[in-house]
Design a protein around this ligand. Structure first.
Ligand code: OGA
Ligand code: NI
Length: 343
């Protein structure tokens, strides 16, 4: 297996060739991006989750956010600030362990689960400047507990509690997304299935002396239905591609940055937009985030929900099985898996 990025960064005389990014030209022009961020007043919408069941105004804001940005900053989501601090802390403590200790959770060569860097699927694949700890968290009987760190000692307990809290936010948001389209509130949740798998991924981005030459994560859209991201408290880096411009996602204290993924773009017949995003790295500071991915069951056929297909809005996506394998094959070759789902 490749050396971990953290080890490369600790002794970085020369940037290994495999991390040097190709131009993201196919997506956007960086030069234009800079002027956009200075001149544009637009910001990712902030949504008060506690109002989503009672306020039509907030529901409308949610719909507008997800149809234009595919993303919003969720506040008042019910998870205590002090607890979020603990969730960040267990990740930080893990990545601070010695290389040998972390390797007790090392992933296997051909699987994403566990600790490690990019899975290499082809010789010309550009690697991301990040190490990850990727864990299946739900359903509980699918957890591979051997990959859950034993150190720090409270890691398992804290992540387990975080997942329970995230479940509640996930349900409120998916019901609200359905109601925002005048659909039955259970319609997305039903397609996702009650025993749907969820994964948590700590993303650790070491500082890089050549930040302009690498990417923390290459441009991609998430395969999930939705993703709930706990950002680093101090260091930003995530950017969304909106109308051909890279727009930075600011840090909103204690917010969850929630984006929809390809699967809900399909289920909503393209009304919700799964945003392409990427991560920049910092020359001096490390950054750590925690993403919880909420996809459909991997062998389940998904498609646009009935209520959204009309004469004026014909079906745009096929019924598909959108598995992680399907996603990775197309993504690592630089394509967008969702394009293969379009009619
Ligand atoms: C991801 C992702 C963003 C970040 O894990 O899919 O896009 O800021 N992460 O870490
Ligand atoms: Ni992502």
């Amino acid at each position: 297996m490749n050396q971990q990025v953290q080890e490369i960064a600790a002794d970085c005389q020369r940037l290994p060739e495999r991390y040097i990014r190709k131009h993201d030209k196919e997506y956007a022009n960086d030069h234009v991006t800079n002027s956009f961020t200075i001149s544009s007043p637009a910001e990712i919408p902030v949504i008060d989750v506690s109002l989503l069941t009672s306020s039509d105004v907030e529901l409308h804001k949610l719909k507008s956010a997800v149809t234009t940005w595919g993303c919003f900053q969720a506040i008042n989501h019910g998870i205590e600030s002090s607890f979020l601090e603990k969730v960040r802390e267990i990740g930080e403590l893990f990545f601070r362990l010695s290389a040998d200790e972390k390797k007790e959770c090392l992933r296997e060569e051909d699987d994403v689960e566990g600790y490690g860097n990019d899975m290499v699927l082809s010789d010309d694949q550009v690697l991301d400047w990040t190490d990850r700890l990727y864990l299946t968290v739900l359903p509980k009987d699918q957890r591979k507990i051997q990959f859950w760190p034993q150190n720090p000692p409270h890691f398992r307990e804290v992540l387990d509690e975080y997942v329970s809290e995230i479940e509640l936010v996930y349900e409120v948001v998916l019901k609200a997304l359905a109601r925002s389209l005048n659909l039955d509130e259970g319609c997305f949740l039903n397609q996702l299935g009650t025993a749907a798998k969820k994964s948590a991924r700590y993303n650790y981005y070491p500082p890089c002396p050549w930040p302009e030459k690498v990417l923390g994560v290459k441009p991609h859209a998430d395969s999930s239905a939705i993703t709930l991201l706990l950002q680093d408290q101090d260091v930003a880096g995530l950017q969304l591609l909106i109308a051909d411009q890279w727009v930075p996602v600011p840090i909103v204290p204690d917010a969850l940055t929630i984006n929809v993924g390809d699967q809900i773009e399909i289920m909503s017949n393209g009304i919700f937009k799964s945003p392409v995003h990427r991560v920049l790295v910092n020359s001096k500071k490390e950054r750590m985030t925690l993403a919880v991915f909420c996809p459909v069951l991997s062998d389940k056929v998904i498609g646009p929900v009935d209520g959204l297909i009309t004469d004026e809005t014909p079906r745009l996506y096929k019924d598909v099985i959108y598995s992680l394998d399907f996603f990775f094959k197309i993504y690592q070759q630089g394509g967008r898996p969702i394009d293969a789902c379009k009619i």
